[in-house]
Design a protein around this ligand. Structure first.
Ligand SMILES: [Zn+2]
Length: 246
């Protein structure tokens, strides 16, 4: 359908690859005929190719320079440069992403058109309006708000509890939130627990909440339950390969 707006999970393992080949953060956002690869975590490029022809990729969004969100751009670089002879693929990335990745490749050979995005930046990709907001995370990190055909999708990227998805307005149709830990076993303040993800989603009055980026050792059902307790409604715990309509 022309106006379909969806997100397909290409990887959702939090911070490192889980046993069994589970990939790290990566999402295919499809809005009508537009294909956006959002976050390029390790393992996600292989899964991207299950869903689209790489030639049909319109843009890439990279929320920050932590490896579990960006390193699979190298795979796209090799295929696009030497296999498909693509050039100027638009990339919208937080500060430091391009400079850190370039250390390894030394020369992008014109394959990508880089756009650095920071707090409050607005961009458009075909008919998708994207806005960015800097989150509570130790390297420059941007959450993303995507609007298409009167639907609103928000992705928190990685964040601690001092940022809120409500900066993009209330009542988003689908909030994809990181939920890395169980609340009583938070290993670091730079991520959310399930409980905190639910609280923030409730504050932002999100219509639906989906959780991602869970630390591989935690029980996703238990994490989802603590998020439901603070959100006040059922939540989705995403799975790689699943597609969610926005
Ligand atoms: Zn991170």
């Amino acid at each position: 359908m022309v106006n379909d707006f969806s997100v397909t999970v290409l990887g959702c393992s939090g911070s490192y690859n889980a046993p069994g080949g589970e990939a790290c953060s990566g999402y295919l956002v499809q809005a009508g005929a537009t294909n956006i690869w959002m976050d390029c975590g390790n393992g996600s490029f292989a899964n991207l190719q299950r869903h689209i022809n790489v030639r049909d990729l319109d843009a890439v969004v990279i929320t920050h320079s932590h490896p579990d969100h960006c390193v699979d751009l190298f795979g796209l670089h090799v295929l696009a440069t030497y296999g498909l002879q693509m050039c100027d693929i638009p990339i919208y990335a937080a500060a430091e992403v391009e400079s850190k990745l370039r250390v390894i490749v030394s020369d992008w050979r014109g394959t990508f058109a880089w756009h650095t995005v920071g707090d409050g930046a607005h961009e458009t990709i075909q008919e998708v309006a994207i806005e960015f907001s800097t989150t509570d995370h130790p390297v420059p990190t941007v959450a993303a708000s995507l609007k298409f055909d009167h639907k609103h999708f928000v992705y928190t990227a990685d964040t601690g509890p001092l940022w809120s998805p409500g900066v993009f307005g209330t009542n988003c149709d689908f909030l994809l939130s990181e939920a890395t830990y169980m609340h009583e076993d938070r290993k670091s303040p730079i991520h959310l627990s399930g409980l905190q993800a639910g609280e923030l989603a409730a504050e932002a009055q999100a219509k639906r909440l989906a959780l991602t980026h869970m630390w591989p050792e935690i029980d996703p059902i238990a994490c989802g339950q603590e998020a439901e307790s603070s959100f006040g409604a059922a939540v989705i715990v995403v799975r790689t390969g699943d597609r969610y309509d926005i």
